[in-house]
Write a protein that binds this ligand. Structure first.
Ligand SMILES: N[C@@H](CCC(=O)N[C@@H](CS)C(=O)NCC(=O)O)C(=O)O
Length: 233
């Protein structure tokens, strides 16, 4: 079967996996999950019982969840086009970057996402935003410091899945209106470079349901039930 990525909107961290698939250029399909429409279709539990995106179904019908696992799976393909062989210093450096982004940096936004779902309780929203803002600022300052001396976020000489993940998550700072990324010039320049990349433009257009031009790998959207029907029993 065609490998299929389940991505979530709005603003899913799954954007990173769409970008990585585009960079790879191999055939893949997408399946859209409207994250705010609760409850999610019961059949999604066959893909990820935790009801989280991204989730990836491989060509063999195996399911893979967790952004880092999906991204490292993609990074290993096509001669490690988007990553490095496990056991190399470059792999360790990429893994370090991914681990930071997927734990500390991702978690810094947790109070802001909690506030997002509390539209009826502005005082609690303010408390949560006050909690999240300095955490996000600390993360942006760290990334800005790293990017002052490197071309790509892992410190290597080529773009990797970590850059895809960075652009997917860093956008939340401005989405939640807690800070201006422009205050972090190296981070801002890196994000501007990535946002001009055709794969990032494509992934953003897919999320917004706008006309999107693939580099060639995208085979279209597929329905959840059709993917589930093809899973091995
Ligand atoms: N540890 C998971 C976290 C995945 C996650 O939290 N996904 C969010 C979108 S970024 C989601 O699906 N949220 C749906 C919900 O909370 O209802 C990963 O890194 O893939």
């Amino acid at each position: 079967m065609t490998p299929t990525l389940f991505y979530g909107v709005p603003q899913g961290c799954s954007l990173a996996s769409i970008i990585a698939l585009e960079w790879l250029g191999a055939p893949y399909a997408l399946s859209r999950v409207e994250m705010l429409e609760h409850p999610w279709p019961a059949a999604f539990a066959h893909i990820n019982p935790q009801n989280l995106t991204p989730a990836y179904v491989t060509a063999e019908g195996g399911t893979l969840t967790e952004s880092v696992a999906i991204l490292q799976h993609l990074a290993a393909r096509n001669g490690h086009q988007l990553g490095y062989p496990q056991g190399s210093p470059e792999y360790d450096r990429l893994n370090q970057a991914l681990a930071y982004l997927a734990t500390d940096f991702f978690a810094a936004f947790a109070p802001l996402w909690a506030a997002y779902e509390m539209a009826t309780d502005p005082p609690r929203q303010d408390v949560l935003r006050d909690l999240g803002r300095p955490q996000v600022a600390k993360g942006c300052a760290h990334l800005d410091h790293l990017l002052a001396g490197r071309e790509w976020i892992d410190g290597g000489s080529k773009k990797t899945v970590a850059d895809a993940y960075l652009v997917a998550v860093a956008r939340w700072a401005e989405y939640h209106g807690v800070l201006q990324v422009a205050a972090y010039p190296h981070l801002a320049a890196h994000l501007a470079k990535l946002r001009a990349d055709p794969a990032v433009v494509f992934a953003d257009a897919i999320e917004r349901q706008q006309p999107a031009t693939s580099s060639g790998g995208f085979q279209g959207h597929v329905a959840l039930d059709d993917v589930v029907a093809k899973l091995p029993v």
